[in-house]
Design a protein around this ligand. Structure first.
Ligand code: MLT
Length: 303
């Protein structure tokens, strides 16, 4: 019987379905020495973002262990030393098809929140304030949304934003135009200078550093809005704070941080920042779909 460790939990129905298929599923969370020990005893480990699978843990796993498959139940595989794992003969997979709409809805939600001051009105009303005049906002309709990256999630954002009357431009390293009707591929410079709103949908690649640095913020339209539901590190947080302070960026929504949980107090106490704690994929529907996609990967690789 194949053993699966779902170290960051797994959707309940997916666990039941796997057990019915004859797999043993341990959905407890292990850390440190306990995880070093457990990873040797399983054929597959399924993780979300909490567990990091770095080189030393991979070395433990292959030291007389039976691990064959690492699944990232989600999109980003930055918490796995995946190149090293593959070099050691392990299979590394993710579930790229399941959470696009959940992340896209969060990005759109944050855009509304910024445009209408919803995030900060919630804070100040709880303090007994009635800041009606301060909270006059803007409409999304007619504004230009610049998307950084144009994969599944960005395309889902684009479709929803077009339904709201936004114009879509995007920058993507594939340099592919015509992916979606009425969405225009542009250069990074054009994206920076033309976007009223910008939403990031790219991975963080350590060797490349942040996609948005001080010099990029300097090129942006004055008073633009920015949303990051992609990955911490894609925006230089210090440069973002400076851009918020000097008015270049009117307001920012941040779901992902350079360090998680974030300790950047200047950022998380800033009154122009709408915050969520990395919850892009955290919907019941996305987690259920991720569970199903995880089962498909397990069946494909382990059967
Ligand atoms: C993902 O990469 O799937 C999302 O960011 C969600 C997560 O990391 O929990």
């Amino acid at each position: 019987m194949y053993k699966i460790l779902a170290n960051d939990g797994i959707d309940k129905s997916a666990k039941v379905a796997l057990e019915e298929l004859g797999y043993f599923v341990d959905a407890n969370h292990y850390d440190g020495a306990e995880l070093d020990d457990m990873i040797k005893k399983v054929d597959c480990i399924v993780i979300r973002s909490a567990t990091k699978i770095r080189k030393p843990l991979i070395d433990e796993a292959i030291k007389g262990g039976q691990l064959k498959l690492i699944i990232r139940a989600g999109v980003g595989i930055d918490n796995i030393d995946h190149v090293y794992a593959k070099e050691q003969g392990l299979i590394v997979r993710n579930t790229p098809n399941s959470s696009s709409d959940a992340v896209a809805e969060l990005a759109i939600g944050h855009m509304f929140s910024l445009a209408r001051h919803i995030y900060i009105a919630n804070v100040t009303m709880r303090q007994g304030k009635w800041n009606k005049k301060q909270y006059a906002g803007i409409e999304l309709n007619g504004k230009t949304l610049g998307l950084v990256g144009f994969g599944r999630i960005a395309q889902s954002v684009a479709k929803k934003a077009m339904a709201l009357g936004m114009k879509i431009i995007y920058f993507d390293i594939s340099n592919q135009d015509g992916i979606l009707e009425n969405c225009k591929l542009v250069s990074k410079e054009e994206l920076l200078t033309k976007s009223d709103f910008m939403s990031l949908h790219i991975p963080f690649i350590k060797d490349l550093g942040p996609f948005l640095t001080k010099k990029d913020f300097d090129m942006m339209k004055d008073g633009m809005y920015i949303v990051n539901t992609a990955r911490g590190g894609t925006i230089d947080e210090a440069a973002l704070i400076e851009a918020l302070d000097n008015g270049k960026v009117m307001a920012a929504a941040v779901d992902v941080f350079e360090e998680e949980p974030t300790k950047n107090e200047t950022l998380f106490t800033h009154d122009k920042v709408s915050l969520t704690p990395h919850i892009g994929a955290a919907t019941a529907e996305a987690q259920a779909r991720i569970g199903l996609e995880t089962i498909e990967v397990i069946k494909e690789v382990l059967s």
